[in-house]
Write a protein of this length. Structure first.
Length: 443
């Protein structure tokens, strides 16, 4: 009964947000609460929701100050030279811009941190998409697809969880996945190429002269002799070209400390934001104006994170997630036992979409691995198979970084899911086929 309620809750939630009947923020709070009352857990809703919110609180704080930090960097013009160089290189070609987005996101995401990748990629590329009037859904879609592939690195969360849950040697688990990741990366680039070609058909290729005409009435700032994207008078007054080296050094230092884990992410972003806004805008009134300018982005993202805490808290507190996992494992017939690696690869897509990585890798995967051992299937093979659904997992409403992605890209969550879901499923299926081809998993 709990499993049915759990699947029904997720289905209703997805229908409401993808059909546009409710915003993700409202659905994340109302749907789980309604199902909890129906299931007889009404008296425990408060405690369960508060537990979920408490667990996501550090993430909410981190996203709040990360958005403010990168907002200040954009205001000050840190990314303007990059935008100017890229704009000059792509010569107004949407196809080159989308492919460049994929390459940039894959390079940045090699650190295993999707949040950092989204912040850097969206901050750098969004002005180009806006300038050429490209489909705003393509940028976050390509960024997420790229992270879905590189998220399988040993220092990424899913691979570490799989190795820990099954007590596997990391080298044995990960090394055979390298060619699979390369195929996945090629798929992402080809997908970006196709999306870019569609945009090129729609928009055409604009010359620099045409781009300058579009920006009539705006002025161009120059950094190191490079003309950046045009800015209005209001935007220009916040630029700090003389501080670009300071801002660059601060950002590099922040990224290095994030990777090294010098201190918790929320604290790093809080301190970095405090330094950035004080140095770039020492006037207190200017600081208030800049914070107010980015307040809407902060509120949109952080409110979703805390609302997601209610969803995950009730899903876990009612034990619906456990019931869902057990019911899915139970429906696999004995005759399909020898094919558990390919079944695991395919089912990891819905499994990790409906539940957190922790719930899947520490709750579900050990059960599947135990069942597979009776058919002579090694745990390491099951571990590799379980990672192939990660591109779809990242699109789940339970992944906090996805709210940052849609918030920074300024797109609707439901529309974004509808646009991206088939591309992420395609990424997982291509990687699964590559895993079969290279003998990483067996059929």
């Amino acid at each position: 009964m709990l499993a049915i309620l759990g699947f029904s809750m997720v289905a209703v939630f997805m229908y409401l947000i993808m059909s546009g009947k409710l915003s993700a923020l409202i659905a994340l709070m109302i749907v789980p609460a309604a199902f909890a009352v129906f299931a007889g857990f009404g008296s425990g809703i408060g405690d369960m929701a508060l537990t979920g919110i408490t667990e996501l609180a550090p993430t909410g704080v981190m996203l709040m100050f990360a958005i403010l930090y990168f907002g200040i960097m954009i205001d000050a013009g840190l990314f303007d030279p990059v935008v100017g160089k890229i704009l000059k290189a792509v010569k107004g070609d949407p196809m080159k811009i989308v492919v460049g987005t994929a390459v940039l996101a894959m390079i940045v995401s090699l650190d295993g941190d999707g949040t950092t990748t989204y912040m850097i990629t969206i901050s750098s590329m969004l002005p180009l998409y806006q300038r050429l009037k490209m489909n705003p859904l393509i940028l976050p879609a390509v960024a997420l697809m790229a992270v879905g592939v590189t998220n399988l690195t040993p220092w990424g969360g899913p691979t570490a969880r799989a190795a820990s849950a099954l007590n596997l040697d990391m080298q044995e688990l990960f090394n055979p996945l390298i060619p699979v990741m390369i195929v996945g990366a090629l798929w992402v680039i080809l997908s970006a190429y196709w999306m870019g070609k569609q945009e090129r058909k729609r928009l055409g290729v604009l010359s620099m002269e045409e781009l300058q005409q579009q920006a009539e009435g705006k002025s161009y700032l120059t950094f190191f002799g490079t003309a950046t994207a045009a800015v209005s008078e209001e935007e220009a007054k916040w630029k700090r070209p003389k501080l670009i080296w300071f801002n660059f050094a601060l950002t590099i230092a922040l990224m290095a400390m994030l990777i090294l884990g010098v201190m918790p992410l929320p604290i790093l972003f809080m301190l970095a934001f405090a330094i950035a806004i004080t140095v770039n805008y020492p006037n207190v009134m200017h600081q208030k104006e800049r914070i107010a300018e980015h307040a809407s982005n902060v509120l949109a993202v952080v409110s979703l994170v805390f609302a997601a805490g209610i969803f995950t808290g009730i899903l876990s507190g009612t034990e619906m997630v456990d019931a869902m996992a057990n019911s899915l494992v139970a429906v696999i017939p004995d005759s399909m036992g020898p094919h558990l690696p390919i079944i695991t690869a395919i089912t990891s897509m819905p499994f990790t979409f409906f539940m957190s990585n922790d719930a899947y890798y520490f709750g579900v995967l050990p059960i599947i691995a135990e069942a597979a051992s009776t058919y002579g299937i090694s745990a390491v093979e099951l571990g590799r198979a379980s990672l192939l659904g990660q591109p779809v997992h990242l699109l789940s409403p339970l992944v906090a970084s996805t709210y940052l992605l849609v918030g920074m890209a300024k797109v609707d969550f439901g529309q974004y899911q509808r646009f991206t879901i088939l591309w992420t499923v395609g990424t997982s299926l291509v990687m699964t086929m590559a895993a079969l081809l290279f003998g990483v998993i067996s059929l």
